[in-house]
Design a binder for this molecule. Sequence first.
Ligand code: FDA
Length: 308
Amino acid sequence: MLRTFFVRLSENRRLRNFAERSSLGQSVSHRFVAGTGIPDAIAVTRTLNQSGISVTVDNLGENVHNADEARLSARLYDEILDAIHAQGLNANVSLKLTHMGLDIDEQLARDLVSGLVSRCAAMNPRGFVRVDMEGSPYTQKTLDFVRELHRRPGHSGVVGAVVQAYLYRSENDVADLLSERIRIRLCKGAYKESAEIAFPAKADVDANYVKLMKVLMKSGVYHGLATHDEAIIRQAQAFATSEKISRDAFEFQMLYGIRRDLQQQLVKDGWGMRVYVPFGTEWYPYFMRRLGERPANAIFIARNMLRK
Ligand code: FDA
């Protein structure tokens, strides 16, 4: 119920406008967001790289309202890729199609993302673009989009998809994506979806995650297992050992600011670890979804604010 409450709050425009402009909001968001500008994201990336953790940088934002906003967000990704390349950082990028204008002009979104993928393909070493998965109205479009981009000359292996274990359809989506050897990030899913299309019970989501995770791990394609769920991570490790899957054949992924202890432990034990580093001024929906996953965070943050 609390999760639903926070997901609803994440969609509240008025609260969002207020929060994103207030200095209190900005200081609160630092728990999960690297900062507001590219230099903040790059500084965090460098620090994580120094501790053996690779990164995916996300320029926060979704559902832009006009073509100029979409072009601006693509330009920021260009600048991030420049910085990654120039500074030799171990990082790729994650983006949302609605941030690239999917709602207003599909062709524009296609051109902008294709430009970024081409740029990654030309980098040495090659870069990588992960297309995040948004709410269910976008699932099919996003997967079609990734498949189409992946088929373009030179793009194979440079663009990847995200599959959400809470959706009933995900088993089929995994099979389709694997038939084209497309890299997948597996997550549980962060949006509010109906019981008609998604498992309502957490235990079923977790079971589906483990089932799909094993399919991915045996596929011979390099995938990302995105979760902070320690029990699932232990199952992945045991499966890798029993199936003789090497530790560099896949990676664990976590969000910036969440379970830093576990991130470090996994690196220390020789497992691949990538952290999702979001930055930008439009942090509100992302931040609210994180509170929804663990409402105790709201109390934790409030307590820290009072201590300051
Ligand atoms: P679960 O929610 O069951 O949590 C397991 C444990 O992890 C908790 O008991 C707690 O200890 C810890 N934990 C989880 N969330 C926490 C939080 N916010 N604060 C503190 N502790 C927390 N979703 C999506 O729909 N589309 C996408 O593209 C992505 N992309 C993505 C990338 C990466 C790298 C990650 C890690 C996650 C995503 N997600 C996502 C979000 C994902 O779908 C999911 O909502 C969260 O990861 C929380 O689910 P867990 O798998 O961590 O398990």
